[in-house]
Design a protein around this ligand. Structure first.
Ligand SMILES: [Cu+2]
Length: 311
């Protein structure tokens, strides 16, 4: 059944949680197919059996047997089995057995009309304080991160809409939103979770393949909902570490004149991932890191950063 579904546009599943969800999907589609065929045949039968030529006068009594009741009951029983025996256990294991924080990469995702903001805790593993009053779109501080806060200093905020992940590692996404309800959906990872204002909801998955895919918003959230898409980039472990470290060095240098080379290389990393060349991407990420570190050394030599501090 799954093969058939994939032929008509059902995406491949690239997370460790995909097979269980796909099996429920298959069972639901099998039931729907049986129902479709059953009702279809019944419909054609009634067209012929009760045609006007043979039944010129309407019969006010109608059908007196109970076959339709039995078939309704059979469908209900099948659906109950589907829910209780298949869907509930799969869903429970998806949402209840959250992996340990030590055994997972914890990343915050904050919905916003009409972008996805991604927030990494950086080297210290602690998320910096975010305050609604500090939100400043002009200054590109979309999540209101308080950079004065000690824990916030090493936090990494990649370009809006770009979620970077390591392959074969548990990912916990702590999901929230700064305005209306959104729904965070990565179809190829079989992930879909609503983002509700005022609360932080964890959702988790384990990517099993490197590459780049789309993130969608699965909840009508306003007039530009259709363009609220993002990208999930799954790197090799080494490539991921190099990419994140590069972002952090670029943030420290904070001067495009110095970091331009490194930033150009980072773009190539994403192109390589998109064309499914994870090892090229890893090489490029390491190159970007060395370029960023060289830029940092150059800046220190020129004394640029001291000037900046004095201002
Ligand atoms: Cu949305």
């Amino acid at each position: 059944m799954l093969e058939l579904l994939k032929k008509v546009g059902f995406t491949e599943g690239y997370s460790a949680q995909s097979p269980a969800i796909d099996s429920v999907m298959s069972w639901v589609h099998i039931l729907m197919l049986i129902l479709f065929l059953g009702w279809g045949v019944f419909f054609l039968y009634t067209l012929v059996r009760f045609r006007q030529k043979k039944n010129p006068k309407a019969d006010p009594v109608g059908v007196t047997n109970h076959y339709s009741t039995y078939s309704e009951a059979a469908v209900a029983i099948f659906e109950i089995i589907l829910l209780v025996a298949f869907s509930f256990p799969v869903w429970a294991s998806r949402v209840e057995n959250l992996p340990d924080n030590g055994d997972a990469e914890v990343i915050r995702v904050i919905g916003q009309q009409f972008k996805w903001n991604i927030h990494y805790s950086g080297e210290d593993g602690v998320f910096g304080r975010t305050v609604a009053d500090s939100i400043d779109d002009q200054a590109l501080n979309f999540i209101g991160l308080d950079r004065e806060n000690e824990a916030a200093k090493d936090d990494i905020i990649p370009t809006q809409g770009h979620l970077h992940l390591p392959v074969d590692r548990n990912i916990i996404v702590e999901l929230s939103t700064r305005d209306v309800i959104h729904s965070f959906a990565i179809p190829v990872m079989r992930v879909k979770q609503d983002a509700i204002p005022g609360i932080r909801i964890p959702t988790w998955f384990t990517p099993t393949k490197t590459g780049s895919w789309e993130i969608a918003c699965a909840q009508l959230c306003g007039n530009s909902h259709y363009e609220m898409k993002g990208y999930v980039h799954v790197h090799t472990q080494k490539g991921y570490e190099a990419y994140m470290k590069t972002l952090s060095v670029i943030h420290e240098v904070d001067d495009y004149d110095y970091t331009i080379k490194s930033e150009e290389t980072l773009k190539k990393v994403l192109e390589a991932l998109k064309s499914n060349e994870a090892f090229d991407a890893e090489e490029l990420a390491l190159l970007a890191l060395s370029q960023a570190e060289a830029a940092q050394a150059e800046q220190e030599l020129s004394g640029d950063d001291y000037e900046w501090d004095e201002e």
